[in-house]
Write a protein that binds this ligand. Structure first.
Ligand code: C2O
Ligand code: CU
Ligand code: CU
Length: 477
């Protein structure tokens, strides 16, 4: 059956047959897809959900017959999926069992800056960091990963990343049985040395790592058995630099239902959608009994999205459990509208080691934002591909080079593609956690660029106190 599987894969076209050779190795889908386990909180009487995370080193079988040295949370590679409801009080105990200082950032979470896990919250080897906050944002697919200044690319590349799902009580009939019809897909490309270890320097070249093996949830060459008529996939681009344009080998249409920050107003039907590093999307795919179809990425003609290649084969059972129809309306998505005369901030990206000509400085506050502000952020990119992530906020994309974003990208976001030589304008909703001495970050999420200094810092202060804010911080020891 393996031979049958691979000839089927060849017949469907694995990319290498179509035009230019793919930079990614062809697959025969022999391995079952790993699904990160759900992490259950410690039982507590006070209603606080306490999650224990341990950052550790280990070895993971990824390629046949090889053990890859990897890093992970609570295991050798990647991390468990955290899940909490809107309104929950959560507390994390993050133990660093690595030989290096690191941090853990809650990407997409709206929380006080001291809990954010950016470069100002280092966890020394052997130490435990215990941030806590109340989840107060719509249902969404967020994630967590290290953010130590200058070493994020390496720590994420070694395997430290996990998903953080937020649920709310919108009464929608969407697939939500974790690992069955609600399935995380964490996409990461790697290079391997002959001995099976990860190869490549994530801080070299224009983009660092653009790997020739794409892992899904840490699995190479994977398939997934589908047992229900409809499946919701939560797709996270956890790659260092690669952009994916995702669709199916048979060009079937499917629905995007959520972006980084949560559900769209209504499902958007697509044949493909793009994700740059750090971005998430939720999609709903319909299957017919007994069929097989391959999820793949197609060449989008840009420097970080080259090649046609397969990612995952989906194998539908002969009998599929019926699923409710896709709801016509999802979330009451209020537009983020900056008022007339709203503050406009401009950010210029050129090269890959600075924003507005200034490399990241832990001691410098670049922007002071009043609590609750609605602002326009304009990102101008003069060179090759970048993207732009802002901590703590939700934004909507106003336009990309004057045109509206694709319909599937009109929801709440925290990370956005900024194509080469383009201007992207965002309407940004800031939160209300004031702290004049703890900054949040904004940066390119191509980790080689983030680590090289394409990052800046902002603080949120009481409205009216902006001009008194101190623009210099003591550097971290
Ligand atoms: Cu996902 Cu500042 O990062
Ligand atoms: Cu973030
Ligand atoms: Cu960049």
């Amino acid at each position: 059956t393996l031979a049958a599987l691979s000839s089927l894969a060849a017949a469907c076209g694995t990319g290498s047959s179509a035009g230019s050779p793919s930079p990614v190795v062809a697959l025969d889908f022999r391995n079952p897809l790993r699904v990160p386990p759900l992490l259950h909180p410690r039982p507590d009487k006070d209603g606080v959900r306490r999650f224990d995370l341990s950052m550790q080193a280990g070895r993971t079988p990824i390629l046949p017959g090889k053990q890859t040295p990897t890093w992970g949370f609570n295991g050798a590679f990647l991390g468990p999926t955290l899940r909490a409801d809107r309104g929950d009080k959560v507390e994390m105990a993050v133990r660093n069992r690595l030989p290096e200082v690191s941090t853990v950032h809650w990407h997409g979470m709206r929380l006080p800056a001291r809990m954010d896990g950016g470069p100002h919250q280092p966890i020394e080897p052997g130490d435990t960091w215990t941030p806590h906050w109340t989840i107060d944002q719509p249902a969404a697919t967020s994630w967590y990963h290290p953010h130590p200044h200058g070493a994020t690319a390496q720590h994420v590349y070694r395997g430290l990343a996990g998903m953080f799902i937020i649920d709310d009580d919108l009464d929608l009939d969407l697939p939500s049985d974790y690992g069955v019809d609600d399935v995380p897909l964490i996409l990461q490309d790697k290079r391997f040395a002959a001995d099976g270890s990860f190869d490549g320097d994530p801080l070299k070249g224009t983009f660092g790592i653009l790997g020739d093996h794409v892992l899904v949830n840490g699995s190479h060459n994977p398939h997934l058995n589908v047992t229900t008529e409809r499946v919701r996939f939560r797709v996270l681009n956890g790659s260092n630099a690669r952009m994916y344009t995702l669709g199916f080998a048979d060009k079937r249409r499917f629905h995007v239902i959520a972006t980084d920050g949560g559900l769209l107003g209504a499902p958007v039907e697509v044949e493909a959608f793009a994700l740059t590093p750090g971005e998430r999307a939720e999609i709903i795919v319909t299957f017919t009994p007994g069929e097989q179809v391959v999820l793949r990425s197609t060449d989008n003609g840009v420097d970080i999205g080259e090649g046609d290649f397969d990612l995952l084969k989906l194998i539908a059972a002969a009998d599929l459990k019926p699923a409710p129809a896709l709801p016509a309306h999802l979330a009451p998505l209020a537009a983020i509208t900056a008022p007339a005369g709203a503050k406009v901030r401009r950010f210029k990206l050129s090269g890959h080691d600075a924003i507005n000509g200034k490399p990241m400085d832990m001691a410098r506050i670049d922007e002071v934002v009043p609590a609750g502000a609605l602002e326009i952020w304009e990102i101008e990119n003069n060179v090759y591909s970048h993207n732009f992530h802002i901590h703590e906020v939700a934004f909507q994309v106003l336009d990309m080079d004057g045109s509206a974003p694709p319909a599937y990208a009109t929801g709440y976001k925290d990370t956005v593609y900024v194509p080469a030589k383009s201007v992207v304008r965002l309407a940004v909703q800031f939160g209300r956690f004031t702290d004049p001495v703890s900054p949040y970050m904004y940066h390119c999420h191509i980790l080689r660029h983030e680590d090289s200094g394409m990052m800046g810092q902002f603080v949120i202060v009481e409205p009216g106190t902006e001009s008194r804010a101190n623009l210099t911080l003591p550097t971290h020891p």
